[in-house]
Design a protein around this ligand. Structure first.
Ligand SMILES: Nc1ncnc2c1ncn2[C@@H]1O[C@H](COP(=O)(O)OP(=O)(O)OP(=O)(O)O)[C@@H](O)[C@H]1O
Length: 234
């Protein structure tokens, strides 16, 4: 891959002295749609958190546009162009939709970018964060991250617990984001949704990358992915 936007090389990382990621090497190209799959507890969240600078990195290197970011604090990585939508949905429940969005604005972004992407948020702009449905909260969390104008956006199981119709809508938004030049890394347990979105799928097991393949090849052979990670190919 000639023009990797993000590159991990031999990364060992975890919490305190504990090693969760074990020698992870991964390249993500500019504009790529990458899905990360794997069973519960294999280290998917830890991988995203490590890219964001939120874990302890014991070894290896992480480069953004070829420049090492090891040791760079999370808020500085955000400024450099890495955005994350954590599994916990990063919104302020006591603030309105619009106030949440304003808190995420940076680099000349404006509210209409969020409202164009999610018209539902415009309809609900004066509602408090805690009054939103799960799907609306997820839209708000994603929109907030996008208003930080990230080059690469890390999405941690954003579809978890959402109605199928909302999942489909969000998957289509993720595709639109990639079409507009964002690099999108999606952690997703539902293989069917991951394959619909991704160019490439990476499977983790026990903190290691155990499998890597293009989505086009996997679509005709999902059983192979299943064998590696033991997830049902739904
Ligand atoms: N803050 C933390 N401190 C210590 N250990 C942690 C912390 N967060 C996660 N772990 C441990 O790291 C391992 C990997 O967890 P992680 O959340 O990265 O997995 P995951 O693949 O994202 O799982 P899930 O699909 O359930 O979210 C687990 O053993 C977990 O207990």
């Amino acid at each position: 891959m000639a023009d990797a936007l993000l590159e991990l090389d031999g990364v060992i990382a975890g919490y305190g002295e504990t090693h969760i990621l074990r020698n992870v090497s991964l390249k993500v190209a500019k504009g790529e749609r990458l899905a990360i799959v794997g069973r519960n507890g294999v280290g998917k969240t830890t991988l995203l958190a490590t890219i964001m600078g939120q874990t302890r990195q014991h070894a290896g290197s992480i480069r953004l546009r070829g420049i090492p970011v090891d040791g760079v604090q999370a808020h500085e990585r955000a400024r450099l162009g890495i955005g994350i939508v954590p599994q916990t949905r990063d919104i302020f429940p006591s603030l309105s939709v619009e106030e949440n969005l304003i808190a995420g604005m940076r680099n000349g972004s404006n509210l209409n970018e969020a409202y164009d992407l999610f018209p539902r948020l415009k309809e609900r702009r004066f509602n408090g964060g805690r009054q939103l449905s799960g799907g609306e909260q997820q839209m708000l969390s994603i929109a907030r991250a996008l208003l930080g104008r990230p080059d690469i956006i890390l999405l941690d199981e954003p579809l978890e617990g959402l109605a199928p119709v909302i999942c489909e809508r969000l998957v289509s938004v993720f595709g639109d984001l990639a079409d507009r030049g964002h690099t999108v890394v999606l952690v997703e347990q539902q293989i069917g949704l991951a394959l619909r979105f991704a160019d490439r799928v990476v499977a983790l097991d026990q903190g290691k990358i155990v499998f890597e393949e293009t989505a086009a090849k996997l679509a005709s052979n999902r059983a192979e992915l299943d064998r590696h990670i033991g997830l049902s190919a739904t």
